[in-house]
Design a protein around this ligand. Structure first.
Ligand SMILES: [Zn+2]
Ligand SMILES: [Zn+2]
Length: 554
């Protein structure tokens, strides 16, 4: 039986080779492509919505407070990629183990049934052939699965590299967008600060409100919620940079949640506190300054507008008070809300603007260190308007003759002289800001209409600094000259500049200190005195009628 044994071995060899040949042919001719196509289709379905228009269970709602969906590239893209890879791997495994080996080979071919139809062969020979084909089919399935897995791995690596590239591009967009915005803010000198009492805090990014649903977006900048735009939970797309249109959205302070003027994120803020004793004439001077700025805006390239509706309302109330009673009510409350004005030169993208915060603190609040320290806005001051009521200085009062003394008394002098007012707050200004030596101080001598009628004193005239020395306040001029980077002096009748029968030259004169301090921040407006090298001061016009005392801050 040796020959039979050889024959059997030979037959087994032949059968083996035929099996391998059929296996390879089936694999290359059909199995591999079937595996690849099914696995790729399964992977692709991980990137498409399951039911268009309905919520997708794969997308987990964002757990944070930001009412925006994280950007696709920041999170979901990687989830989908992993899901796709898993789907492909599961498909290959299913096709191999369950479909080919389990169903076709074991349950059909080995039982003498057709591989694709599942119908049992009619005779024994047919069933034998089907059973003999089973090993080749199993081999084809194994080969197809291995080759498909190798090719899919290559596809996955290439696809992963593309995702990395896409993620990198998105991250570069985020970095570029943030960098551009930071540079733009740096060039424009934009540092956002809250104008409201009790807050006055700086913040790098305001809270933006969705125009459609009002949701508060605290992170509306290029980042994980999107490079160019964030999609609000209501579905509305919000631009992430000021340059792309974010400036049109309503703003809130991230600390105190109060409404901010739209210009706060796009315009350099200039903080100017009006410093003076109680009844020194601060509020009335502020009203005169507003009138003066408005008047200059008619004559020059200067543009002036209220930063918000609240500011317009406040200014109108003040103007009405002056119109009816002739004086302003005393500044109330512990800490002032800044009156916000948009002051600029020219319009459009080439225009230059400043968001002017004018603070009118209550005189008493600057009398000692403890209350002055509460005036946190002093830390941001870009200059100081020192409101000087010289009639409050004891030395000046002593020099007045009897009749003049009565006039001075009627003018309700401030509680503190200018030197004492300055001394009370200056230590704190230095402590709060540490940069007094770089600031300018505009000294405005108020109640000029009264001073003009006093015979005991020389008439206040330019240069007002020299006049202050003449009436015995040289010390103030010297201290200010020493403490500040620059100091300039004006004498103004806020009374003549406000209310019924206001004088335009006096109004403009009242605005000059503000224009000068603004010019120190780089805003020089052609046609205004601050633009000229030598200040072109309008000649003061005396009021012909009997001037009432300047009773501002009453
Ligand atoms: Zn919304
Ligand atoms: Zn605030």
């Amino acid at each position: 039986m040796i020959g039979g044994g050889v024959d059997l071995a030979f037959l087994a060899k032949v059968f083996g080779w035929i099996t391998v040949a059929i296996g390879v042919l089936v694999c290359l001719g059909y199995g591999l492509w079937r595996f690849l196509a099914t696995a790729l289709r399964a992977a692709a379905s991980a990137f498409t919505p399951r039911t268009p228009g309905s919520p997708d269970p794969r997308i987990a709602p964002h757990p944070g407070n930001e009412p925006a969906q994280p950007a696709y590239w920041a999170h979901q893209m990687w989830m989908d990629a992993v899901a796709a890879a898993q789907a492909a791997a599961r498909t290959v495994r299913y096709l191999l183990v369950r479909h080919w080996l389990g169903e076709i080979v074991r349950r059909r071919l080995l039982n003498g049934r057709g591989g694709s139809s599942g119908a049992r062969a009619g005779n024994g020979l047919g069933r034998l052939v089907l059973r003999l084909v089973a090993p080749a089919t199993a081999l084809a399935a194994l080969l197809s699965a291995l080759l498909a897995a190798a090719l899919l791995l290559l596809v996955a690596v290439a696809f992963g590299a593309q995702l990395l590239l896409a993620g990198g591009v998105a991250l570069a967009g985020v970095a570029g967008g943030r960098g551009a915005e930071r540079l733009w803010k740096l060039v424009r000198g934009i540092r956002m600060k809250c104008p409201y009492p009790g807050c006055y805090r700086p913040f790098p990014l305001a809270v933006h409100l969705c125009p459609k649903c009002g949701a508060a977006h605290r992170e509306l900048r290029p980042g994980r919620f999107g490079a160019l735009r964030h999609v609000c939970r209501c579905g509305h797309a919000l631009p992430t940079t000021a340059l792309a249109g974010r400036r049109k959205l309503a703003l809130r302070c991230p600390h105190c949640d109060k409404e901010l003027p739209a210009a706060v994120g796009t315009t350099r803020v200039v903080h100017l506190p009006l410093i003076g004793g109680t009844s020194a004439g601060k509020t009335m001077l502020m009203a005169a300054m507003l009138e003066g700025l408005r008047s200059w805006s008619h004559e020059s390239a200067l543009t002036v507008e209220f930063a918000s509706v609240a500011d317009r309302r406040e200014a109108n109330t003040l103007a009405r008070q002056l119109e009816t009673s002739g004086w302003a009510l005393k500044t109330q409350g512990g800490q002032p809300r800044a009156l916000m004005l948009l002051v600029g030169r020219g319009r459009g993208p080439l225009g230059r603007r400043r968001l002017l915060y004018l603070y009118d603190p209550m005189g008493e609040s600057l009398r000692d260190a403890a209350t002055t320290r509460l005036q946190q806005y002093l830390a941001h001051a870009d200059g100081v308007v020192l409101v000087a009521d010289v009639l409050a200085a004891l030395g000046v009062r002593r020099a007045l003759h009897e009749g003049d003394g009565r006039l001075a008394e009627q003018a309700r002098p401030a509680d503190l002289g200018p030197v004492d007012t300055y001394a009370a707050f200056t230590g704190e200004l230095q402590g709060l800001s540490g940069r007094r030596g770089r600031l300018g101080v505009a000294v405005v001598v108020t109640k000029r209409d009264v001073l003009d009628r006093l015979d005991s004193l020389p008439r206040p005239k330019d240069p007002v600094g020299a006049w202050l020395e003449k009436i015995g306040l040289g010390e103030l001029v010297r201290i200010l000259g020493h403490d500040f980077a620059a100091s300039r002096y004006w004498a103004v009748s806020a009374h003549a500049a406000t209310g019924a029968g206001a004088l335009v030259p006096e109004q403009r004169r009242a605005a000059e200190p503000v224009l000068w301090l603004l010019s120190r921040t780089g805003l020089r407006v052609d046609g205004t005195p601050a633009a000229a090298r030598e200040p072109r001061l309008p000649r003061p016009r005396r009021r012909s009628d009997t001037a009432a005392p300047d009773r501002s801050s009453l």
